[in-house]
Design a protein around this ligand. Structure first.
Ligand SMILES: *Cc1c(COP(=O)(O)O)cnc(C)c1O
Length: 366
């Protein structure tokens, strides 16, 4: 047998450790996962009720056109229904885009570090990857423009960027769009859109009219708290959507995802509540960093990347033994950092106490 040569040696995605596994391994009774930027408040109870109401409807395929959630999202965003493509998570939309646009002899431009799925899917399609170093965790859009040539098919703007939490502002993004050649697809991955508080964060939907080469990705996995159900979507002009739609498997969302997402969109109050808590607690993380002279990346998301000035794996291991699962920056391109999801008030306070202990013992060691 012979698989595509580019699969040779490709690593599988390494997710944050599951809670149950850590409990068993370390004999802990309580483990807090602050690793995958999940919503610590769960989802809207309306979403849960919506699933419960249809729990017995397992035998029939879901609506492949996703009509109910399509109508709901279109109305919410003020776009046409034919401007949307739904994925099994926005991860799957990333996969559609790579499958539709990338092949050997083409290239794709990303920031570095950024979300790992752009790179992985580009590699699977055999495309050349052009990684442009971030400056202070922020996309260097001018350098990304320079990396584009006639063989470039996709340029990825992860905004806010995972894992740094930083963002590209409206002026910078508009200028970038003006300069990207029309043959290059620009992806604005806005997985943390709901959490953003910066006033100069770009509103990209109005730009879709002018820029036919733009697609905006959003997800129900983060602020909406529906990560388990796997649903996200892309918004673009109808022509682009119909180009990529044949790549999509016919029943790529579940019935339960559609129902929960529809209900979730009817509960703005839940989102407002989560976003308010998040920005308040994010500030507490910043205060903690200031107090302990730790450098951090200013975040517009529900996570924060903190530089502990030592191998990230060491901090990860320390916290794991104390019952906290976080993400070491060593796997994310920031070797002395740790990425921590903002939790509930109690979770954050417990974490701060453990971190404080760690920092004190480190100072004693030195
Ligand atoms: C979490 C995340 C996604 C993927 O989310 P899905 O669960 O697949 O919808 C996409 N992009 C970024 C930057 C993310 O952090």
């Amino acid at each position: 047998m012979q698989a595509k040569p580019q699969l040779n040696g490709l690593p599988s995605y390494k997710p944050g450790k599951p809670i149950e596994e850590v409990k068993k391994e370390l004999g802990l009774t309580k483990v807090t996962k602050l690793a995958s930027n999940e919503n610590p408040y769960g989802s809207s109870p309306k979403a849960v009720e919506a699933i419960q109401a249809i729990a017995s409807q397992t035998a029939i395929y879901p609506d492949g056109y996703a009509a109910t959630i399509r109508e709901k999202v279109a109305t919410k965003l003020g776009v046409s229904e034919n401007q949307l493509v739904f994925g099994n998570g926005s991860d799957e939309v990333i996969q559609f885009l790579c499958r539709a646009f990338l092949s050997p002899n083409t290239n794709t431009v990303t920031a570095d570090p950024t979300f790992s799925q752009y790179k992985l899917n580009a590699a699977i399609e055999g495309a050349e990857l052009r990684e442009v170093p971030c400056v202070n965790g922020v996309h260097d859009l001018d350098a990304m423009l320079e990396a584009i040539d006639e063989n470039t098919r996709i340029v990825w703007v992860c905004n806010p960027n995972n894992p740094s939490g930083t963002y590209v502002n409206d002026k910078a993004f508009s200028r970038f769009l003006e300069h990207v050649p029309a043959h290059v697809l620009v992806v604005s991955d806005e997985a943390y859109y709901e959490y953003v508080t910066a006033e100069d964060y770009p509103e990209t939907l109005p730009l879709l009219e002018k820029f036919e080469n733009l697609i905006v990705l959003r997800t129900f996995s983060k602020a909406y708290g529906l990560a388990a159900l796997r649903i996200g979507y892309g918004v673009a002009n109808p022509k682009l959507i119909s180009t990529i739609d044949p790549v999509r498997p016919p029943f790529n969302n579940t019935l339960f995802a559609h129902a929960a997402a529809v209900a979730a969109l009817e509960d703005d109050q839940f989102i407002d509540h989560c976003v308010e808590k998040n920005s308040k607690f994010l500030k507490q993380f910043e205060d903690f960093c200031h107090k302990h002279h730790l450098i951090f990346y200013p975040s517009q998301t529900n996570f924060i990347l903190i530089d502990f000035n030592c191998p990230g794996d060491e901090v990860f291991d320390y916290l794991l033994r104390k019952g906290f699962i976080v993400r070491s920056g060593q796997a994310l391109g920031f070797p002395t950092c740790v990425r921590i999801t903002v939790g509930t008030k109690e979770q954050n306070e417990e974490l701060f106490a453990v971190l404080e202990e760690m920092l004190v013992s480190k100072t004693v060691e030195q």
